[in-house]
Design a protein around this ligand. Structure first.
Ligand SMILES: C[S@@+](CC[C@H](N)C(=O)[O-])C[C@H]1O[C@@H](n2cnc3c(N)ncnc32)[C@H](O)[C@@H]1O
Length: 462
């Protein structure tokens, strides 16, 4: 165990990482609601291409079938700002020119945070489908309010990394589990120490929301304690999986994701189109065994763990899913678009000077790259990307960022992580060259091998 800095106070005891992680995350989402996207972006919060690929797939499967009890229930678990649902429904309505599928669909958005669901109900793009969706406040690890065999399709994007995750370490044939303890400088909190500790431990969202932001100031101490794998859920599967572990590498064991996969198996009806999940983590055993790869991340206080996809696939098979697809997320998008696709930020990362640029010049390059792509790109949705200058940006660059941001097209590339195709990039070659991109940089963006922690698509079907 390490020693925390002297001025910090422990907010509780050392506990298995999943306990503190889920505690912190429910405070984070409970306080912030839709403002979560000030701390991180996702591939669905502004872009539409993943949602459209899902809608195309759903339409292909549903158009020649009749739903039991007249309705195709689609559920999404962990819904953010509701943009995935809105783009799914809008695209489905558009491609369903014969009205065979869209009229029978009902989309249920499930989330444990009421603040998040409030934001979803106010989403104008989703309001266009007012009678076609409902919201349910529920913890995705305890989805006990739905009838078994009642759902046709389940979708989630970046929820598993928020759900309960234990961390396992193998050392000379013995197993150890990570324990965490949060510490905070109480001087920075304008509340009496014991009152704050009570509010923090009881997840008193109303009072915690009145305090200045404190989640990102938490200092985490870690410790590893000996455990017996026989005491863990799905012990036999875990033991077989752990046989392949290299010593001393922390392995995330996403027990919350296990619960969702088990629940999906129970909820999916006789005619169903599977459980599709997108998340961030290790796709292969080789990625898991890569020394030094990260296994957790903190975003504005939110505590996420990388997802162990090989283990989740084993889990899914053990409970009866017979058809499981595991691939990089962009492969899923590419198949739908019939063209190679990368995220815009992946293109920018290949710019020959990006590594040496100060952050504000990188912002200017990103905005200029968006302008270059926007000469050819046309989004089916209208919406202007908000791109404020970050703190510390010098005056001259701040002005430039404001100008570039103001002039962005409302039908342009919707996000800095939005997917763009090879054709769209090549058609923008002239303005991209002016920004310093060379053809070989563009080629490299499309051909870079995926890192050991990547965005992955997995689908469980029977
Ligand atoms: C990282 S955000 C992703 C949001 C959205 N899917 C996206 O990709 O933009 C995680 C979402 O899951 C929700 N969430 C986190 N833990 C949850 C839980 N235990 N049960 C239900 N929802 C949860 C959060 O409130 C949030 O909406």
């Amino acid at each position: 165990m390490t020693q925390p800095p002297h001025n910090l106070t422990a907010l509780g005891d050392f506990k298995p990482s999943n306990i503190w992680q889920t505690h912190i995350n429910s405070i984070f989402y409970g306080i912030k609601g839709p403002l979560i996207h000030n701390h991180f972006q996702t591939y669905v919060s502004l872009d539409y291409r993943l949602a459209h690929a899902l809608a195309n797939d759903f339409y292909t499967h549903a158009k020649n079938q009749q739903p039991k009890n007249e309705t195709w229930y689609v559920q999404e678990w962990g819904v953010g700002n509701g943009n995935l649902a809105a783009c799914f429904l809008s695209h489905l309505r558009e491609i369903d020119s014969e009205n065979e599928v869209y009229p029978s669909v009902h989309y249920i958005l499930c989330d444990e945070s009421e603040e998040i669901l409030k934001g979803v109900r106010a989403n104008p793009r989703l309001q266009e489908h007012a009678s076609k969706f409902s919201t349910v406040r529920i913890d995705a690890e305890h989805l006990n309010c739905f009838r078994p065999s009642s759902v046709a399709k389940i979708i989630s994007n970046e929820i598993w990394d928020d759900l309960a995750t234990k961390v396992l370490l193998k050392h000379q044939g013995l197993f150890y589990e990570e324990y965490l303890c949060p510490f905070l400088d109480m001087e920075a909190i304008p509340a009496e120490k014991n009152i704050f500790l009570e509010q923090f431990n009881n997840k008193d969202l109303t009072n915690l929301a009145q305090l200045p932001p404190f989640l990102d100031a938490i200092h985490w101490e870690r410790d590893f304690q000996r455990i017996n794998l026989d005491d863990w859920p799905f012990a036999e599967i875990l033991k077989a999986h752990a046989e392949e572990f290299k010593d001393e590498i922390p392995m995330p064991i996403n027990v919350g994701a296990f619960s969702t996969i088990t629940k999906a198996k129970e909820l999916l009806g006789p005619e169903n189109f599977g459980y599709t999940s997108f998340d961030y983590g290790m796709k292969t055993m080789q990625d898991l065994n890569q020394e030094g790869r990260p296994y957790f991340n903190l975003y504005g206080g939110q505590y996420t763990f990388m997802v162990n996809f090989p283990l989740l696939e084993n889990m899914g098979r053990s409970i009866g899913f017979t058809d499981i697809t595991r691939e990089y997320q962009n492969q899923f998008v590419q198949k739908d678009l019939g063209s190679e696709a990368i995220s815009l930020v992946d293109l920018m990362q290949q710019h020959p000077r990006v590594a040496e640029m100060p952050p504000w010049d990188r912002d200017i390059l990103m905005l200029s790259t968006l302008h270059a792509l926007n000469t050819v790109y046309r989004s089916p949705y209208s919406g202007k990307l908000d791109y404020p200058a970050m703190e510390g940006t010098p005056k001259k660059q701040r002005k430039q960022i404001a100008q570039l941001s103001k002039n962005l097209s409302s039908r342009g590339v919707p996000d800095t992580v939005a997917y763009v195709t090879r054709e769209e990039v090549l058609a923008s070659l002239k303005p991209l060259r002016k920004l310093g991109y060379r053809e070989k940089d563009i080629e490299a963006a499309f051909q870079s091998p995926p890192p050991p922690v990547s965005f992955v698509h997995i689908q469980f079907s029977t």
